[in-house]
Write a protein that binds this ligand. Structure first.
Ligand code: BGC
Length: 768
């Protein structure tokens, strides 16, 4: 009797075990079968988000405090929760925790725009390998990065997170970024897919874009990153595209991303709950973030009433399970909470130095000797802008400012001036603290540049050897920049530059400007007043040291612009359809009135009337004068290009060019390969970037031959009428440039036979 009972019990247990398989890499189908509808819906929705208090979450076990979100565990089946945290200039988690004196700071690396300015894929991989190590060692599974929307307009508030106005450069940078992070066995989330090109009303804005511009400009970079680097996750954007939310657009999330590009990972929403949860899930958006109970309920109801099929549900759950078995959480990785922050700070400094762009250097004004007496102007010299605000802001242990960096490099700073700025910045910070508004998720620096009387400047010109003026801007999530007092200089900044230039030039002394900015600013009206302009963007916690390295010549700058610096804001065709004059507001918009209203241009919808004529495609083709062209950047040495050779291959061509350092100091050169297509067929830009390469550090007199490959597919343009990519037969010109406006040599390439690649006709704008 006893024996029979035991046998029965064992059989019952076996049954339960069969119904409760524990997740392994090789039993995903079995686990899927064992899941209840409730469990499946739960897995598709992130953990409930606690109330956000000034960007700090509280009241929920996030596993890793300060992480942006998670996926929910299903313990019965051995499915762990996983942790997702921002990105992209480093890992964003809370630096301190209750009950311990340990700290959890992360490295503030250079922002995406500075990484892109390096034009150096291995440098980007070095940076993100270090960054990914922090993700792993702090117990996070996915870094919500890189941000990779195209710089459609200079004023997008998040351009600093993004790479470039050019899809090839952006795509290659993103691929390198993803590879570096994922080499640690943690995931990335390329974002925001797609068309999140403005922050104003980003939650509701409808981007109305032609299929050609979509395919060639706004999706091409995602296509490159997906195909080359296989990110674990993709984040759909908040906005609409051609009438539908991107997170609910099947053509975008399934037809293009998965069917055409072969994407195998998961898609998650950007952080917000939209009513159409079921539509999102159906469209191929696997995970709702940050997630709430409503969304679980909606999915369950959707399955029950047949709005979403069992197969569609299982497809998403399967994607989730495939994601989970890759994570360190699932694999039981024992994270240390002790990444090597010192080593990573060194990586950040080196990368920033190599990526800084030298825009102007009249009569070899730079490098300085390193022991000069310096009059250092600008509040950003003290209140250095290491990165942007919002989710892309890293909680770093420190930020080196220009004052410390310059002193550390051996310069002697004008003490009166330094004390004056410091007192002003400290006073302002104290006032802000008193007002109780020390930090808000979306807040930007309110501090305005302070006037310095001209007679004081005249004294400083007498007492010092050189003037360094730091112009700062900080931008961030939730609001776009403005044309006035942001793209353009403020009145006080103009006066400062004018007075410093007048006084120092009269004394025969140099004026150097450092642009510590998050996005493009106006330079044409004032650049002739100064001798040198150094552009470090927002270069991370060690960035000021990197600037000092460039000023002293310890590092020879080799960065180049990943976008155009126009003469006027309105020279960008996209400016005609961009919300450039809304006053800054918090949240997801910029200062217009809520409530019922007529659909408002550039707020509720934005017409991408410029089509493919974004950035240099417009300026170079139409001969519009710019302040600094795409791809531009100076060096302390000079380079000669020779022996351009283009060899036809079975697929496309291989190009080689020899670069010789014919100057006096060692340096690196970026070579940009542009292609001009044969006439006839689709209207094309005068030239398009199709490849690039960077030399190693070449000593004076040394040469290196660079090799670049371009496939026929990469030559193709999108023909909307045929829904096909088409590479026309005929004679192409391959140009090797130091910038788009400085072509050094060319070689011909002949595509013998036209080629085309049919794709789905799926993303057309709604006819309204
Ligand atoms: C941002 C994302 C970010 C997410 C989580 C959103 O507001 O748009 O880029 O990853 O928040 O913090």
């Amino acid at each position: 009797m006893k024996k029979t009972l035991l046998t029965l019990l064992a059989a019952a247990l076996a049954l339960v075990a069969a119904a409760q398989p524990q997740l392994r890499k090789d039993n995903i189908e079995e686990v899927l079968k064992a899941m209840t509808l409730q469990e499946k819906a739960t897995l598709l929705v992130g953990g409930a988000r606690a109330a956000m208090v000034n960007g700090v979450t509280s009241g929920v076990d996030w596993n890793v405090p300060g992480a942006a979100g998670n996926t929910r565990p299903i313990e019965r089946l051995g499915i762990p929760g996983t942790v997702l945290a921002d990105g992209p200039a480093g890992l964003r988690i809370q630096p301190t925790r209750q009950g311990t004196s340990d700290t959890f700071y992360c490295t503030g690396f250079p922002v995406g725009t500075l990484l892109a300015s390096s034009w150096d894929l291995s440098l980007v991989e070095d940076v993100t390998r270090a960054m990914g190590n922090e993700v792993l060692e702090y117990g996070v599974d996915v870094l919500l990065a890189p941000g990779m929307n195209i710089h459609r307009n200079p004023l997008c508030g998040r351009n600093f997170e993004y790479f470039s106005e050019d899809p090839l450069l952006s795509g290659k940078m993103a691929a390198a970024y993803v590879k570096g992070i994922q080499s640690n066995g943690v995931g990335t989330s390329i974002k925001h897919y797609a068309l999140n090109n403005q922050e104003t009303n980003r939650n509701e804005n409808d981007a109305i874009v032609s299929q050609r511009a979509l395919r060639e400009i706004y999706l091409k970079n995602f296509e490159i990153a997906v195909k080359e680097a296989e990110p674990w996750t993709v984040m759909s954007s908040y906005n609409k595209l051609n009438g539908e939310y991107t997170q609910q657009k099947e053509g975008l999330l399934t037809t293009v991303l998965r069917d055409e590009w072969g994407y195998k990972g998961i898609v998650m929403t950007d952080w917000g709950n939209k009513a159409g949860t079921v539509k999102s899930a159906k469209a191929g958006n696997d995970l709702m973030e940050p997630g709430n109970q409503n969304e679980i309920d909606r999915i369950i109801a959707g399955v029950q009433d047949g709005t979403i099929s069992q197969e569609e549900l299982d497809r998403n759950v399967r994607n989730m399970l495939n994601y989970i078995v890759r994570t360190p959480r699932f694999n039981g990785y024992k994270f240390s909470n002790k990444p090597d922050l010192k080593a990573h700070a060194a990586v950040a400094r080196k990368a920033a130095g190599e990526a800084i762009v030298l825009l102007r250097n009249q009569n070899g004004a730079l490098p300085l000797k390193g022991n000069e007496k310096v009059a250092l102007y600008g509040i950003s010299a003290i209140d250095f802008v290491a990165g942007g605000t919002g989710s892309g802001d890293v909680n770093k242990a420190y930020v080196v400012n220009m004052e410390d960096a310059m002193t550390g490099a051996g310069f002697t700073l004008d003490k009166g001036l330094a004390d004056y700025y410091k007192a002003y910045v400290d006073y302002d910070k104290a006032q802000t603290a008193l007002a109780g508004t020390t930090f808000s998720w979306f807040s930007r620096r309110k501090l305005a540049e302070i006037p310095i009387p001209a007679n004081a400047i005249a004294n400083e010109a007498r007492a010092n050897d050189v003037a360094v003026v730091v112009l700062g801007r900080n931008a961030g999530e939730g609001a776009d920049r403005k044309q006035i007092d942001d793209f353009e200089l403020t009145g006080v900044e103009r006066e400062l530059l004018r007075d410093v230039s007048t006084a120092f030039r009269a004394a025969g002394k140099k004026v150097i400007v450092v642009l510590n900015v998050g996005g493009v600013i106006e330079t044409a009206s004032w650049k002739n007043m100064v001798d040198a302009i150094v552009l470090p963007w927002s270069p991370g916690q060690e960035g000021a040291n990197a600037v000092a390295d460039v000023l002293t010549g310890k590092v020879n700058p080799s960065g180049k612009l990943p976008m155009t610096f126009p003469v006027n804001f309105m020279d960008h065709p996209s400016s005609a359809n961009f919300p450039y004059n809304y006053s800054q507001g918090g949240g997801n918009m910029g200062g217009f009135s809520w409530g019922p209203r007529q659909p408002q241009k550039d707020v509720d919808y934005t017409n991408y009337e410029e089509g493919i004529w974004v950035g240099y495609r417009h300026f170079a083709t139409r001969g519009v004068e710019v302040s600094y062209p795409f791809g531009f950047g100076l060096s302390y040495t000079s380079f000669a290009y020779s022996k351009p050779v283009v060899k036809a291959e079975k697929d496309g061509f291989t190009a080689t060019v020899t670069v010789t350092n014919n100057g006096a100091v060692a340096g690196k050169e970026v070579v940009e390969l542009y292609v001009s297509a044969p006439a006839g067929g689709l209207e094309k830009p005068a030239c398009e970037l199709k490849a690039f390469a960077k030399t190693r550090d070449l000593k004076p007199g040394e040469s290196q031959t660079l090799t670049m490959k371009v496939s026929a597919y990469e030559l193709a343009s999108f023909n909307e009428a045929a829904s096909a990519w088409e590479a026309a037969a005929g004679n192409y010109t391959v140009s090797f440039g130091a910038s788009v406006a400085d072509i050094r040599c060319t070689a011909p390439f002949k595509l013998a036979k036209a080629q085309s690649w049919q794709v789905h006709n799926t993303l057309a704008p709604e006819v309204k």
